[in-house]
Design a protein around this ligand. Structure first.
Ligand SMILES: NC(=O)c1ccc[n+]([C@@H]2O[C@H](COP(=O)([O-])OP(=O)(O)OC[C@H]3O[C@@H](n4cnc5c(N)ncnc54)[C@H](OP(=O)(O)O)[C@@H]3O)[C@@H](O)[C@H]2O)c1
Length: 232
């Protein structure tokens, strides 16, 4: 299958590429700075079997960069797009909020994913599986918000969640599946070393859930473990 993964330089994105290549998949990986993507460069040296890896430059917060990225993928079919690139922004109380930082967080986490999906729609239409998996967070669940705070991050990912639902509704007729996934609290630069979930475990779960997606499940917010539905 043909996959596109954004934010593939490190963390969940890099692990997604690693596990996909080990399965023999074809991956177009998007990173902000290909020259600094040493982890991906290592993977590119030894893809398993028929697997292929292409590395592209993309800053998802810049629509011109996203269009260049889509151009590089060059009309080829895409089976699964994983909108993984994300930032956490500043963690501040209401009194201290930095609105510019919040806007940038929204631009990356919500608009960035939307821009990539829009640019790759022609490729998804040529694909067989036609899946768009957005990496969201349990922190975007309004029902599960018991600790408050994280205004910029929670708001940006809640916006991503509703965008995913709109894509699911609007493109159902074309068999395009769109979901948001909670990857757990993961040991990456963003999650920190105190996170309980190893990145390999999160990604194994995410891939299992993505592999099992059907049109009936399109529009849902799903957990990485067993694909359980998370309340909005
Ligand atoms: N870790 C967790 O506990 C956790 C929990 C819930 C959700 N998530 C979500 O999972 C996804 C991956 O997170 P992670 O933990 O792997 O974080 P990470 O280690 O901080 O990696 C984030 C990746 O996103 C890339 N990125 C950031 N801004 C970008 C932009 N404007 N354009 C393109 N790429 C950009 C980064 O690129 P550079 O390497 O160039 O900086 C990096 O490769 C994020 O969407 C995050 O919100 C993570």
């Amino acid at each position: 299958m043909k996959w596109v993964v954004t934010g593939a330089n490190r963390g969940i994105g890099l692990e997604l590429v690693q596990q996909l290549l080990a399965r023999g998949e074809h991956v177009d990986a998007g990173v902000r700075s290909p020259d600094d993507a040493s982890g991906l460069a290592q993977l590119a040296k030894r893809p398993a079997g028929a697997a292929t890896l292409r590395i592209h430059r993309v800053d998802v917060s810049d629509d011109a960069s996203v269009r260049e990225f889509a151009k590089a993928i060059d009309g080829r079919p895409v089976d699964v797009l994983v909108n993984n690139a994300g930032i956490i922004g500043k963690m501040q109380s209401l009194e201290e909020l930095d609105f510019d930082d919040m806007v940038q967080t929204y631009r990356v986490n919500a608009l960035g994913a939307l821009a990539v999906t829009r640019a790759l729609l022609p490729n998804l239409r040529k694909g067989e599986a036609r899946k768009v998996a957005h990496i969201s967070t349990g922190m975007a669940s309004i029902s599960d918000n018991t600790s408050g705070g994280a205004y910029g991050y929670r708001m940006s990912k809640a916006a991503l969640n509703i965008a995913s639902k709109s894509i699911a509704v609007n493109y159902r007729g074309e068999r395009i599946i769109s979901v948001v996934l909670n990857p757990g609290w993961v040991q990456t630069e963003m999650g920190g070393s105190g996170a309980p979930t190893p990145v390999s475990e999160s990604v194994t779960g995410l891939l299992r859930v993505i592999d099992g997606l059907t049109l009936e499940r399109s529009g849902l917010f799903l957990d990485y473990r067993q694909g359980d539905v998370i309340p909005w």
